[in-house]
Design a protein around this ligand. Sequence first.
Ligand SMILES: [Zn+2]
Ligand SMILES: [Zn+2]
Length: 510
Amino acid sequence: MRAGFTCDRCLQSLRLSVRAQVSNVRPGYVSGSRRKHHLASPIAGGLESRQKSRIQPKELQESSKRLTSSAARPRVQASSAGPSQHLNEARTLLKPNNLFHPFSKSPAHAIRQRAEFIKQNAFCPHPSHQQTRLPDSPHDPEARKDPHGALPPAHSHFECPDCGVPIYCSEEHWMDDFEAHLEVCETIRQINEDDHDLHSGRFFPEFSYPGPQDDNFVINMTNWDTFLYTREFEAINNDRSMRQVTRMLTYPITVGSVLHELSPYGIKKGGRLTVEGLKSMAALRYTLHPPRTGEGTDIAGLRLKAPPVRIFILGARAESSLPRDVWLQLTHMFPRAIIQLIFIGPEAMANRDSEFPLPERTPANPFGGIVEDRLGPQMKITTYVDYFHTMHQAQYFHPYDPYFDCFMLFHPGLGHPASSFEWAETLPQLLETKVPIICTGYTQWDMDRDIKWVHEKCAGEFDILLEPGENIFRSLRWDLNDLDPHDVSCGNWGIWAFRGKRYEATYKNE
Ligand SMILES: [Zn+2]
Ligand SMILES: [Zn+2]
């Protein structure tokens, strides 16, 4: 059975390793371990043999040393197994009770690299150091530092033994600032375990997404649980799996939850949608939820279809590289609509190295868009590595229509000192289109800063469509900022929406 799922080359090395194991190991041991591990052992054994063949003996020794020393730490769930068995476990399958590892001693190469990156780029947050940059917010540990502090800035080299992330420059500073660190330590430890979970090699049933929605079931968007249940996801009974899957799904579902006719945001008291918001959403819902037309598969059943709804995702970064299955969830929420996702931004191709080089800029494709049109009849995704304002000035997307268009900005950092200048030109153009602009923020502070900036730049020229507040479909997983590990945030924490003001024509004598 194993052969059916394995490519020829792997199979060959598997056979070799099986033969080698059989000759080395006493038969009694093999049968014993089989009984214990049942299904997991053939897969684990296969992976282990493949990886072993690539590892140099010296590296192997080092990693076994590393693992034994980490086993000595009290925090790690030590087992009675010898070093070699430990090695096997770490190389193949991290168990749920063995997910915590200090970053620099992690069994996963990618995480060790990340530890190196943090050590080289992040600065110790202890208040006795000089300030390295302007503080982002009053909660930023940088705000506690004095520009003329006693000590020069120092990189984060000391790993907190409880959360395993390099944060302070030395053990003394970590102990001295322990009270401040304690506020985030538990959360960072959870991030550590969640990151190791992704590298654990376990099977991820939560990442198998359901297909089209059954006509007989209505989606309930009260919260994540009701949504996943009514969308017929495999039952997720584990908090960690829930965190992993919501981190991905937050992107399509956040957009969907605002646009959908069964949106949890309404105009009732406390529902956060404003009257202006209802007008805009009603227009889009008209296109997104067309009435049934008696469409069929033969010629007699052909019906005219409405044009696609264009969702412009501006300043796109990680969300553009999400698996397409995740984005297709959006079409399953709107089974009779056609949706065109347009990712725009200089970083829109981040993490998509396999799609390089970018298409040439031709008269037919003047901005070198990457088109993905084989995602089924309902969805098309186009990506442009450019600024929206450049394309807008070229009238590339004209005309805009409030019935068919909407802007989505995932944590744009409108008011962030490092990025607000990039948005300064875009904002008036977005307001001019009179199309809804949905924004999210990493934290309350991040979102409030964006709103304040929009008020400063364009006071009186826009209407709020959705009152700012926590996003019902935020990511339940927390993430680290590798440049500043004390900065913990989660994807799409908050949500709000606005739109350029529309002036209704009024008659004098009525
Ligand atoms: Zn320090
Ligand atoms: Zn800690």
